[in-house]
Design a protein around this ligand. Sequence first.
Ligand SMILES: C[S@@+](CC[C@H](N)C(=O)[O-])C[C@H]1O[C@@H](n2cnc3c(N)ncnc32)[C@H](O)[C@@H]1O
Length: 388
Amino acid sequence: MTQPEVRISSRAIDRIASGHPWIYRSDVKSESAAEPGAVVRVLDRKGRFWGQALWSTQSQIALRMLTREERPFDRAFLTERIAQAAAYRPLVAEGAQAYRLVASEGDLLPSLIVDRYGDCLALQTLSQGMERMKADVVAILTERFGPRAVVERNDVAVRALEGLPEQKGVLAGEPSPEVVIEENGVKFHVDILAGQKTGEFLDQRENRSVTRCYARGRLLDCFCYTGGFALTLAPQCESVVAVDSSSEALEAARRNGELNGLDNIEWRQANCFDVLKAADHDGLRFDTVVLDPPAFARHKSSHESALRAYKELNLRALKILTPGGFLITCSCSFHVSESDLLAVIAEAALDAHRTVVVVDRRTQSRDHPILLTMPETHYLKCLILRAL
Ligand SMILES: C[S@@+](CC[C@H](N)C(=O)[O-])C[C@H]1O[C@@H](n2cnc3c(N)ncnc32)[C@H](O)[C@@H]1O
């Protein structure tokens, strides 16, 4: 059977040549009938071969480049790339029990995510092409890692852009795996079938560790989820107030507090904007504040409103920090750059009449690789600031 072909515009050729692996539908000039998720040959308008890509019949990202050469996209191909991803992890996640084993484009496996939680694996197949390969991925993971369970966490809205249903469940192994992992010496129950993301925010693992040397006194952890920062920093602090709007997350956080024998944390279900406002109004002061909100700019169109939200949060946090206090402030919105974030915090600092020192500028943990030629892979910003 001949492999389907897709011809693309010269603008898209420039994009591939610059190292970006996505081609948008508006740059597709002609296509031979290809099934959803097929592997196609990518050609320029003159018919020259540029590589192979996963084809989507639905998404605005019509093509995701797989290779620049002609070779079958099969189990052997997947096995090789998963092995390459796995071989890199001991260098960047040494000793970690939970980390991202395969990070999509960052590991040259577009739209495939595999997270490791101890002896269990959670995966996401986020395009028509990877969805077609799901059974092979599970077989490879099972053979190579012998996991207790492999679950799929395809209950994410982006799948709708590919015309794929939201679904989750156990694909192999134990039917309802209980998972406890240790991260930076802290134990966490992880709900790999129902927690946010695939269970935990693994991209903050290194930031949670690094911030231990700054946290002290009274800590306010805003957007605490299951207690990632609060539990890691609590031993350094006199007291912790940890806030999240999700009752499920807080229930898990409380269990995690008990599991670690930590009794200096008050878990509070509330809107963090309200808590920060009330703290300022009531004259409460904290020595350390963590802000790790959800992405406020999921699309380019929400850039301005996102900046307003980041400014408000950071302004309120700076107002309630004691002199010399630390603000650990994050953004996981790709559409808000580090310089955007620094600029709004500078405005917030001026409004709050605080002088701020940039102690460290950080990003996602290194098991979430950043591709030099694909800005979308650099999404998390974590600034450690000191307010004089
Ligand atoms: C990026 S996650 C935080 C991850 C966490 N810091 C960690 O290290 O595991 C964002 C959290 O914000 C919570 N959230 C979203 N909007 C909120 C709001 N307005 N007030 C409080 N929590 C909110 C979500 O439930 C989610 O747990």
